[in-house]
Design a protein around this ligand. Sequence first.
Ligand code: OOG
Ligand code: NI
Length: 472
Amino acid sequence: MPFDQNILRARFCYALSEMYKTEVPLYGDLVDLVYEADTTALKAQKSYCKDTCNQPIDPDTILPSRNRVERHGAIRLGIPHELSTIRRMFGIMGMYPVGYYDLSIAGFPMHATAFRPRKREALDKNPFRVFTTLLRMELLTKRTRQLAVRALGQRRIFTERLVELLDLVEERGLLSEEECEEFIKEGLETFRWHSQATVTLEEYQILKNEHPLIADIVSFPNCHINHLTPRTIDIDLVQRLMQDQGMPAKERIEGPPQRKCPILLRQTSFKALEETVYFRDASSGVYVKGSHTARFGEVEQRGYALTRQGRQLYDEILQRVNIESAEAKPSAAQYEEILQRRFLEFPDDLDQLHSQELAYFCYRLGSSSVTNGQQKPKTSTKLSELLKKDILEYEPIIYEDFLPLSAGGIFNSNLGNASQTKQLIQDAGSNLKEFQRALGESVKDEFSLYEQMQRESLEICGKLLEIEIEYE
Ligand code: OOG
Ligand code: NI
């Protein structure tokens, strides 16, 4: 088999999911529940039911495969060298850093990027992505920083063989089938759960008191995957089913409200489990039993990618929702009402999203594109005219990234309340420059990637029609 990054990514994602199901069985239940929800949602969409009403519905055969395989994961790293090595590792699977997420706004001493495929074809083959955070040492108090530097300096989160394979592929540009298998096997070790902490219980407490996430990052011999996330077509149904089946579901779905035209990303999760962990006893060397709460399962429903203007409007509305709900202290249902009402301001109509340039679109030839000689469009034609005449049509581009505020909500629901240093962290601001230095590369701006997809689709249409399309 020739070396194919898309296939390697798909195989790795599958292996990771299988591993996580054995580590966190409730995650396996969640994947089953998503299957059930998607089946029910498809039945409700009558169009699929025309001729096949009496036949069983299988989302795996009806939905595009990228819907069914799609999941994201999240990991938390401690030091720059870990981040630059993970960049090399994900790069082999065609996953590159996109976007910069400043988590200090939510009081977390971390910043992040998402490693993901950048091109449409690669996303269609397998869209697996990993949200990857890096601890910001400069935002820790002195004592905690000393502890963190020591513990993180002693660990090796990549196996020796994995590092050899990274060198090899960078030199030769490919891996043999045997080496691909090794790469998957060795790569999984970086994300595997270890119940033996590398710190003592006292040290763990110090770290945890400063921020539970610091303890999660620093106390273990590697960077266990902290959640995986399948994609669904009906997250409201998933939320109801989770509650009905007694899963420890979050109180509400994060992100925008339910809409006719879904935007960005909506997410929910089951809360992190309390797990047994063994801590080193400094004097006797034996291990003592304790616990740690970090790993969970999440579900996402993806909507349309918004332009900068669209995102700005989204942020403004969300800000108003936050202010109103901070005052009203609403229940989950009341919050939903506030969200719905405030979001009425965001157009929920495809034509408006397009004409107001709030979302990104891909263009393709429409029903009137095959014309006889007389109707052939002029050599240079306005896009709006081509759309009006059905020579071109458009389809929204799906959002492939994350929502830090939503992430903040997920973090918070899993970690109890924050520490005294929260305010200091919030005041610190972002540090993209430092993040990129640690990464060893710059991160790609997500908006420019969507813009590029939109532009390229238009260029293809222009070539097919043999005209110049004026994008006004
Ligand atoms: C990352 C949370 C970000 C999401 O879905 O927004 C994320 C973390 O918990 O480390 O995965
Ligand atoms: Ni997530």
